[in-house]
Design a protein around this ligand. Sequence first.
Ligand code: SF4
Length: 212
Amino acid sequence: MPVLSMMIKPVSSACNMRCQNCFYADVAAHRRIPNYGVMTPDTMRALVRRAFIYADSSVSFSFQGGEPTLAGIEYFQSFLREVHRCNSRHLPVSYALQTNGYAVSDEMLALFAEHHFLLGVSLDGPEDMHDALRKDAGGCGTYRRVMRTIEKLRHFGIPYNILCVVTAETARRSQETWNALREHQYLQFIPCIDGLDGSHNPYSLSPEAYCR
Ligand code: SF4
């Protein structure tokens, strides 16, 4: 009875933000092809079709980036139509999507609400800590835009969790970070570590700091 869980990167490494400590920019820079562009409709249809051939109890699709919402609402509308077309056995289907919360349209949020998506939103603690690292393409902080997106998630009734990157600064200001995030019901923390080539950066954690 295979339960199928698929992670989908519809825009490869493309992103509309420029976080100073982006692990994926580092990963992409080490690939032969850094960015594969937007997933083609043929690829999207093939993966949905194969998912429902393989699974026979339930299917979960999770979208990640880069920033997956850059695929555009048409991508998600076509994806959902394809699921409807291929799920002839009426298996339970769930959706999750990780976003930076920078520019998600109301139209897209309404679609996510209608199809019961679970969203993950990246938020790195209080405003000054978030803005120090999570910048847009023009170098400006993104905290206020992300908080506006979170307000909209509440408005649309979309369940969400917060993903916080734990840096050396977070470790120094852990209580402040907790105070800034505790209002959100579900929190995930991931450590910021050194580059793939072993290079150290000022944000990455030592094991001692992470432990603290
Ligand atoms: S939002 Fe995510 S993918 Fe985009 S730059 Fe920031 S860490 Fe990288």
